[in-house]
Ligand binder design. Structure first.
Ligand SMILES: NC(=O)c1ccc[n+]([C@@H]2O[C@H](COP(=O)([O-])OP(=O)(O)OC[C@H]3O[C@@H](n4cnc5c(N)ncnc54)[C@H](O)[C@@H]3O)[C@@H](O)[C@H]2O)c1
Ligand SMILES: [Zn+2]
Length: 362
């Protein structure tokens, strides 16, 4: 099998391609990047190392240079300084030089840590993303945000460091737990809502195919999502403007994650609920019609994502969390809201309005 689509990501600092297809290990191995690397550092987690040992074996079958393998424990809980140190230590022990290549094989957690390790080793070495979750394929592997968590804040220690290539392999998604699949779909719904009405309508009609892991359906949503994200990141690499639109549903979502306790809801689940809340806020501002909010709620619910704010997340705690969010400066609540299905904008919103929307969403 081979690469079916190549989507360019054009930035000021670099240019790379996102390769989409199925069973891509041979394509990756024969790539110029792979051939040119002095050493290759494979970063993955303990679950994927077992699940995909044949894929990984194939990846290194004809490789002549040294391969350094770093396997992290599985989970957001390990997106830490200690994991970063483990990668750097392995690279130093193997005497990796500036021409080495870090390979991130995993979901957003592995991608974010491995990317940050590559950003910081010898002031920056190349890295390639092989995202294995839908969320990582449609979102985190593209755009160059890398980070680890600090006990005082999620993703607080990080850097912008673009990958040299991304290989999104649809075959890898087949083993994804259903809950993780739904979490990834939340970010796809987000892309449809903020930039592509046709994608949103497609989701309305084809959700069951997606939930059944239909490869054609998966390929469609990954392709459109990557195209949308690539365009936005291309216009605003370091989030000083239009890139903020990608945070649609995330002000509410991050607050839900923080108040419920990280790990209680998956990020995508919180984003799903956040999209419904952002829709209601937009309606309250007179920007969209109640029937459009209804449709957002239907699509989110059809992906098996939550649409109601749970009792365990009190309104006051959510409001405080939103005021603490790093994206809300000077106590102003800035929200991405919808002007239409498929068109978003950023607006400052009074706290009382956000409170009203949360209270009416229980
Ligand atoms: N850099 C960015 O722009 C960006 C954007 C969004 C999210 N993120 C980050 O991404 C992280 C979340 O990523 P995620 O949702 O991919 O979670 P994850 O990386 O924790 O993966 C979810 C679970 O699925 C397992 N898994 C991964 N691939 C699998 C497969 N093919 N088959 C079976 N199981 C598989 C993992 O081992 C893990 O247990 C968060 O840390 C978040 O901060 C980063
Ligand atoms: Zn997100």
């Amino acid at each position: 099998m081979s690469v079916l689509y190549e989507i360019p990501v054009e930035l000021h600092s670099s240019r790379y391609r996102v390769m989409l297809g199925s069973e891509l290990s041979t394509s990756i191995q024969s790539s110029e990047l792979f051939q040119a690397a002095s050493q290759i550092i494979l970063v993955t987690n303990s679950t994927l190392e077992v699940l995909y040992s044949p894929f990984i074996e194939l990846l290194f079958k004809e490789v002549t240079q040294a391969v350094v393998r770093v396997t992290l424990a599985d989970g957001e809980h390990y997106k830490t300084w200690a994991s970063l140190d483990k990668i750097h230590s392995a690279m130093l022990a193997a005497k990796c030089d500036r021409n080495c290549l870090v390979l991130a094989f995993g979901g957003g957690v592995v991608g974010d840590i491995a990317g940050f390790a590559a950003a910081t080793y010898m002031r920056g070495v190349k890295f390639v993303q092989i995202p294995t979750t839908l969320l990582a394929q449609v979102d985190s592997s593209v755009g160059g945000k890398t980070a680890i968590n600090h006990p005082l804040g999620k993703n607080m220690i990080g850097a912008f460091h673009q990958p040299s290539a991304v290989y999104a392999d649809m075959a890898l998604l087949q083993t994804l737990p259903k809950r993780e699949l739904s979490a990834g779909i939340a970010e796809v719904i987000k892309h449809g809502l903020l930039a592509d009405r046709a994608l949103f309508d497609w989701l309305h009609l084809n959700m069951s195919a997606l939930l059944a892991f239909n490869p054609t359906a998966l390929l469609h949503v990954v392709k459109r999502s990557v195209e949308i994200k690539a365009k936005i990141v291309g216009e605003d690499e370091t989030e000083t403007g239009v890139r903020a639109l990608l945070n649609l549903g995330h002000t509410f979502g991050h607050a839900l994650e923080a108040v419920l306790g990280y790990g209680s809801w998956l990020h995508g689940e919180a984003v799903g609920c956040g999209l419904v809340l952002a829709g209601k806020l937009s309606q309250r501002l007179g920007m969209i019609h109640p029937t459009q909010v209804q449709k957002i709620e239907e699509v989110v619910a059809s992906a098996h994502l939550p649409v109601r704010v749970p009792a365990e997340a009190p309104t006051q705690a959510l409001l405080e969390a939103m005021l603490h969010d790093k994206k809300n400066q000077q106590g102003q609540l800035r929200f991405v809201v919808l002007e239409a299905l498929g068109k978003a904008t950023v607006q400052t919103v009074p706290l009382a309005l956000a409170k009203e929307v949360i209270d009416k969403s229980r």
